[in-house]
Design a protein around this ligand. Structure first.
Ligand SMILES: Nc1ncnc2c1ncn2[C@@H]1O[C@H](COP(=O)(O)OP(=O)(O)OP(=O)(O)O)[C@@H](O)[C@H]1O
Ligand SMILES: [Mg+2]
Length: 159
């Protein structure tokens, strides 16, 4: 697991931007963490860094918003209001996973359909402004890609 300490919102945004720059199509960023912890802050910085979009609306009601980046589309999901895991098939998730980059808030709502080889990002609140961002990924290639990002992990926990 890679651990990043983000002591301000700006540091979380910097990390999201750095990760957007190592992202390639078919990447899935599963953003775990409690209500209001920073999943949307992360997503907006990621999307804005790769597109010319100025306002990134929250897909709370639409469940998904799609953006065009130069090398791939970005599908931004907020699954908080998903009623069942199966409902995910109505949201073009297969297309997203097959050819785009996916940012998924509340990925636990899709239960068994979250692919195993995704980047699992867990945002933990330590205080009002401090977050610990833990990233886990199974594939060695993806781990190496993470280490190429401009921002390096503060801790590498290989247990
Ligand atoms: N270090 C930090 N990183 C990210 N957000 C921070 C940080 N410090 C404070 N914040 C604040 O935490 C809030 C995060 O809100 P955000 O909407 O991103 O949460 P969320 O996880 O998407 O919530 P929801 O579950 O409702 O979708 C914002 O108000 C932001 O300003
Ligand atoms: Mg959100």
């Amino acid at each position: 697991m890679y651990i990043y300490n983000c002591n301000t919102q700006e540091e979380t945004q910097n990390l999201a931007r750095a990760l957007s720059e190592i992202s390639t199509s078919q990447d899935i960023w599963a953003l775990f963490g409690t209500l209001g912890v920073g999943k949307s802050v992360f997503s907006r910085a990621f999307i804005k860094n790769l597109t010319s979009i100025e306002e990134v609306p929250s897909p709370t009601f639409t469940l998904v918003q799609v953006y065009e980046a130069p090398s791939f589309d970005i599908y931004h999901y907020d699954l908080y209001r998903l009623k069942s895991a199966e409902e995910i098939w109505e949201l073009n998730i297969e297309e997203a996973f097959a050819q785009a980059v996916s940012l998924v808030e509340w990925p636990e709502k899709m239960g068994p359909y979250l692919p195993r080889d995704c980047f699992k990002v867990n945002i933990v609140s330590l205080s009002q402004d401090r977050r610990r961002i833990e990233i886990e990924v199974k594939s060695e290639k993806k781990k190496n890609r993470l280490l190429k990002a401009k921002i390096k992990p503060d801790i590498i926990d290989d247990k």
